[in-house]
Design a binder for this molecule. Sequence first.
Ligand SMILES: [Zn+2]
Length: 198
Amino acid sequence: VATTTPKRHCESTTDAGKPCGANPLKPGTIIEGITVTGKWCRTHDKDLPTSAKLDRTRTREQMGGRPPKPKLPEVERQLVEQHLEKVLRPYWRTLGYDVVLDAVSGSLSIVSLEGGGAKLYGTSKDGEVRVSAHEDIGAMMEAAEKIRDRVFGRPKQQTEVTGLGGAAVQVDHGIDLSRLTDEELRVLKGIRERTGDG
Ligand SMILES: [Zn+2]
């Protein structure tokens, strides 16, 4: 008659006072010169010296593992949130405004720049930059679109596809109709009618 021995569990309890439940060591195993009884798991074995036990409370770093990597998006998000006015300033300066942070309330506002927004410029043969009095509308539109897209999201791109002369698109199904039986042709016709593809 086959008998099943009940699965053994570590007889100790966890820090929370619950039964450990871990697999106990194999009785007779010799660890650091000590023959274990098999009543406990390696963390809880009362006969083993501390050096031989597995301390589950040790951190990965103490165990020689690498420290967890800093999560870049999280770091970036915090930096952007902490310095929002600096991130927004280039866009608003292009439009002719400075972004001002109220140190007390933490709220942001914009004030007109005396010189206005981005200006068209040229470079002389000597490499000297000459700023004109004309606004750089292209740069301003780009900045405005970036701000707008942040707030409202980018507008969806819509592409309309039509067939020859604006007719419905013809799709070549790659079926040689001459090889189909009358019955198969009837079924295909039914399918195309049902899918509005006839
Ligand atoms: Zn245990």
